[in-house]
Design a protein around this ligand. Structure first.
Ligand code: DGJ
Length: 740
């Protein structure tokens, strides 16, 4: 809900738990008065603001005027810092005007308050379906304040959109920059600024690389600016756009936590500045590295939406809010909510080396694992026997594989069939590249192709002809073959980002226009093939972000499939993203045993990926335990349950979480310990159960004779006997209400 107090010029965005207050001061600048726990009485709020400083200045006649209030006093908490004036904090929007000046300073003009949230053209956003028909969505649960401002020197209008959810502690921010005057250059177009009065927080972010994605890092906010982000053209393995601030260092249940994420898949950046006045200044959005967007008269630019989640109940409060937002308000493939097939993927089993016979034998043996969908990964198209050629040529390599026969083989066994694409890439050794070398990004910069990564180049998705060509090629395959699932991969970063498609003065638009091309292709395919299940992937988890999750229900989390490292990757990922988005398979990796890998993979979407011809009877049995749990409980407890984190591996060498069904009649908990020596958690204290219900327990397949109350399990905990500690690296506990 949003109230406007006209007398005080104060906007109050609130729901039952949170308040966000903005003041339009006497100079027409926006001050951020408060963000936090719900305020029922805001009548004193103006007293909370930093008072104007009194400063001396020269008036137009060059006489000294003193004292006068000033709006640029540097410790005032503001919504939108200016640029090129006294405020030296990072401004969210920076414009270069026709005369070269960088001065960017927006003054309040008017505002609108309405029910619902505005969709963004050509970009993923909250609550809007793939095909946009309305001007506002979710009028029942979201309210929006649109503040309209004007630059003090140019005819540039800035719209700040602030939406507040009624049913979730979420604030959404974004900007539209509308040029009504002479041509300007947009040098920075972030999605939000947030100023907080105190810098007494810890900053949590998720860094890594391929095979070690999203490792949590915590540091106390320090003097100066801490910057995280990506310039790789995708959200990246190296840092994830999800990050948060916490008052307590690492408490899952207590203290204030403010989480951030960006609905975007390209370059992004978060700058966290502790100001000299000990306040905190956050600026977040599309990375301004090599970014320069030119706007002519009547052209405009929409920034992606930034989402902010507020919790006063520690990290899990924030996590659960983000999980609900992603599932209820972001994801557009509602079909897949309760309809995730158990997948077998061919990649780790045979890589590029297969033919029809091999794949049919894989299907036959994979059937013994109770799978529902077989995926033929890389290698079925063009001239593709290794990673040196073929990308860009999306026609079946009939010498290698008879796809109709393979699909029929699946259907005869009541299996669905899925296939792999890497639509945004091209190998120089491909028909597509030979006929259109200029369709590769960086063509001019790097004609001798010395900078190949995985022998491939990125297609220029800023160019509509390129996107259309790939769309047509993919449609041909999807129309001719009976395909139920597409795995969409992306195995190279954008390094040379010169585009032959844009003139010199528009090269700074390449990164963003590329992302828009990716969204266009994905969206067109989703609309044309509503029955096909699309899964995201980018050399594992290089594009695990909210932009992609708008289009696809799940993303391949990491190419690291061994239980040990996977346990941590999945735990950290689940702090920001629901388990239903975390694609996880049991693989043949050597370090951990199959039972351990099953337990870990169950805390994701679950599937298999190995050479099934090599599995022993014992191994089939070990995995079929997972299949059974998957079919009986996974949808209710994991995909559609509420997740509670129990132990963070960062502080203890163990990780543990529990996912509880909505009606609290079913729950699955996992415990993983890195070392084999001692288990710290003798009493395994659970969360999220109904204190009044009694539960049957099954520990690693063994039924516990007694039942326990939810209260006991949460307050006292379940005493783990030695036998469980010694034998396994994981403990999987299934809890069923006694009359389940
Ligand atoms: C990278 C992905 O992460 C793998 O799962 C697999 O699909 C390969 N690419 C195929 O090239």
């Amino acid at each position: 809900m949003i109230h406007y107090n006209q007398e005080q010029n104060v906007f109050h965005l609130f729901n039952k738990d949170i308040s966000y207050l903005i003041h339009v001061n006497g100079f027409g600048r926006l001050e951020t008065l408060y963000f936090g726990e719900k305020l029922n009485d805001v009548s004193d709020i103006l007293n909370a603001r930093t008072l104007y400083t009194e400063c001396t200045y020269l008036d137009k006649k060059m006489s000294l005027v003193t004292p006068t209030p000033s709006y640029f006093y540097p410790d005032t908490l503001v919504e939108i810092s200016s640029h090129g004036i006294f405020d030296k904090r990072d401004a969210p929007i920076v414009i270069q005007h026709e005369n070269g000046s960088y001065l960017t300073d927006f003054e309040y003009v008017k505002h609108k308050i309405y029910h619902g949230i505005k969709p963004l053209d050509g970009m993923p956003c909250l609550d809007a379906p793939l095909e946009r028909k309305e001007s506002l969505y979710n009028k029942e649960n979201v309210d929006t304040l649109e503040i309209i401002l004007k630059d003090i020197t140019a005819n540039v209008i800035l719209h700040e959109y602030l939406s507040v959810y009624r049913d979730k502690n979420i604030i959404v921010k974004s900007f539209k920059i509308e040029n009504k005057g002479k041509r300007i250059k947009l040098l920075r177009a972030f999605s939000m600024q947030l100023d907080l009065p105190s810098s007494d927080y810890y900053f949590h972010h998720f860094h890594g690389t391929q095979w070690v994605e999203r490792q949590e890092e915590i540091n106390k906010i320090y003097d100066g600016t801490q910057e995280i982000g990506s310039t790789r053209g995708r959200s990246s393995h190296q840092e994830n756009p999800f990050c948060f601030l916490s008052k307590e260092r690492n408490s899952l249940t207590d203290g204030e936590v403010i989480g951030f994420n960006l609905i975007y898949s390209g370059n992004w950046e978060m700058r966290v500045t502790k100001t000299p006045y000990d306040s905190l200044h956050l600026a977040y959005g599309i990375n301004d590295d090599d970014f320069c967007f030119s706007l002519g008269r009547n052209e405009s630019f929409d920034t992606p939406q930034a989402v902010i989640s507020y919790s006063k109940d520690g990290i899990d409060g924030m996590s659960q809010t983000f999980h609900r937002l992603i599932k209820e308000n972001l994801q557009t493939d509602k079909e897949r909510e309760h309809n995730r097939p158990l997948i077998f993927n061919s990649w780790e089993g045979c890589l590029f080396t297969f033919d029809t016979k091999v794949i049919k034998s894989y299907i036959d043996d994979a059937c013994k694992l109770g799978i529902e969908l077989f995926v033929l990964d890389d290698g079925w198209f063009g001239k593709r026997d290794n990673d040196k050629s073929g990308l860009g040529d999306w026609f079946v390599n009939e010498k290698k594989i008879n796809l109709h026969e393979v699909i029929e083989h699946c259907h005869e066994r009541k299996l669905k069939f899925g296939i792999w694409f890497e639509p945004e890439m091209v190998n120089p050794d491909s028909d597509l590249f030979r006929s259109h070398p200029e369709w590769a990004l960086g063509y001019e910069e790097n004609k001798d192709w010395s900078h190949l990564e995985r022998n491939q180049l990125v297609l220029d998705f800023t160019n509509d002809d390129v996107v259309d060509n790939i769309f047509e090629q993919m449609c041909k395959i999807l129309d001719e073959y009976d395909i139920d699932y597409v795995k969409w991969d992306h195995n190279r970063i954008l390094a040379e980002h010169f585009t032959a498609n844009l003139p010199a003065e528009k090269q700074g638009e390449a990164y963003h226009r590329y992302v828009l091309g990716y969204y266009r292709l994905l969206s067109q395919l989703r609309i044309r093939y509503p029955e096909i299940f699309f899964e995201g992937c980018s050399s594992g988890g290089g594009r695990f972000d909210l932009g992609t999750l708008y289009y696809v229900p799940q993303i391949w989390t990491s190419d690291e499939t061994d239980g040990a490292s996977r346990a941590y990757i999945q735990y950290y990922t689940s702090l920001g993203y629901p388990l239903s988005t975390i694609s996880s398979h049991v693989s043949a990796s050597a370090q951990t045993t199959y039972p351990t890998k099953v337990d870990i993979a169950l805390f994701g979407t679950y599937g298999y990926e190995m050479n099934p011809n090599k599995l022993s009877e014992r191994e089939f049995a070990e995995m079929n335990r997972g299949t059974e749990i998957y079919h009986k409980y996974h949808d209710k407890a994991i995909l559609n349950g509420t997740l509670y984190h129990l132990s963070n591996p960062l502080d203890h060498d163990e990780m543990s979480m529990i996912s509880v069904s909505q009606d609290q009649s079913l729950a699955i908990a996992v415990y993983y310990e890195k070392s084999n020596i001692v288990m710290r958690m003798d009493y395994w204290k659970l969360k999220g159960l109904n204190p009044k219900k009694r539960y049957h327990l099954n520990l690693n397949g063994v039924d516990v004779p007694e039942t326990y109350s939810g209260e006991h399990l949460m307050k006292v905990g379940y005493y783990l006997r030695d036998i469980f500690r010694r034998q396994n690296k994981t403990i999987l506990l299934i809890l069923k209400e006694s009359n389940y």
